[in-house]
Design a protein around this ligand. Structure first.
Ligand code: ZN
Length: 245
């Protein structure tokens, strides 16, 4: 049994079949809708960061420091984390698009994401200084028992989502629907058609008024055009459990 908990915005916690804790894009302390803060996190095994925007890299470095989790990220974010005290490719496991790593029985593949970004770290928060070269990615996470979760990160629609569906055949797809900085519900519904997961969990919406969305658009489209796909709408703090056995 795998649990997926939406922490609000693009932040998720996954508890795997074997009880490993994976955090995805854990932006918590400054996240207005976050269901937890970093002080609530006592255990983490893997922390995946899709890109350097502050609402994604968020509190990842602090969580890795306090829990000893492995940071999964691009080489650029890995070097940035090294400058903050997380030894490159020891505390971190850097990947680039198309690459994979196996950590604690969990396989993580880095996938393409269509999204512009630089790196907004601590320097951004303290002095408004942006650092170059982080790029954006998504992840496919395969748990110990073979549950496959596609976490798209921030992305526009791109046709290679068909390939992600074909190659990784994800059980669950977590897709952004905010429609301002990534796909809106209509484009996300096309993504669902291309990826063909069993379950879709929308994210990256209703954090701020500017990315307010109604999941009904996605729900209606899925019902009409993509039978067999189930939309799971969570509230921040809400949990979805999935078993492939
Ligand atoms: Zn972003």
């Amino acid at each position: 049994m795998v649990s997926i908990i939406w922490l609000g915005h693009a932040a998720f916690k996954i508890v795997t079949d074997k009880g490993k804790y994976i955090y995805l894009d854990p932006w918590l302390n400054r996240n207005p809708v976050s269901s937890i803060k970093t002080k609530d996190i006592k255990k983490a095994d893997i922390v995946c960061v899709t890109h350097g925007h502050n609402d994604h890299i968020g509190d990842a470095i602090e969580i890795v420091k306090t829990t000893g989790a492995k940071l999964v990220c691009s080489p650029e974010i890995g070097h940035y984390a090294d400058s903050k005290g997380l030894k490159y490719n020891e505390a971190s496991c850097t990947l680039n698009i198309g690459g994979s790593a196996r950590i604690d029985g969990i396989t993580i593949h880095m996938t393409f994401a269509a999204h512009l970004t630089e790196l907004y770290g601590e320097e951004w928060l303290s002095e408004g200084k942006m650092l170059p070269g982080a790029g954006s990615a998504g992840y496919v996470i395969e748990t110990e028992n073979g549950v496959r979760i596609y976490f798209a990160g921030d992305t526009g629609l791109f046709t290679d989502m068909r390939m992600i569906g074909e190659i990784y055949n994800p059980n669950i797809a977590i897709l952004p629907i905010g429609g301002k900085y990534n796909m809106g519900p209509k484009l996300a519904s096309i993504a669902v058609k291309w990826i063909r997961p069993e379950i879709v969990i929308p994210m990256h919406y209703n954090t701020f008024p500017i990315i307010k969305q109604d999941t009904k658009v996605l729900e209606d489209y899925i019902k009409e055009s993509i039978p067999g796909v189930k939309l799971v709408v969570l509230k921040p703090g809400g949990k979805f459990k999935y078993s492939n056995t």
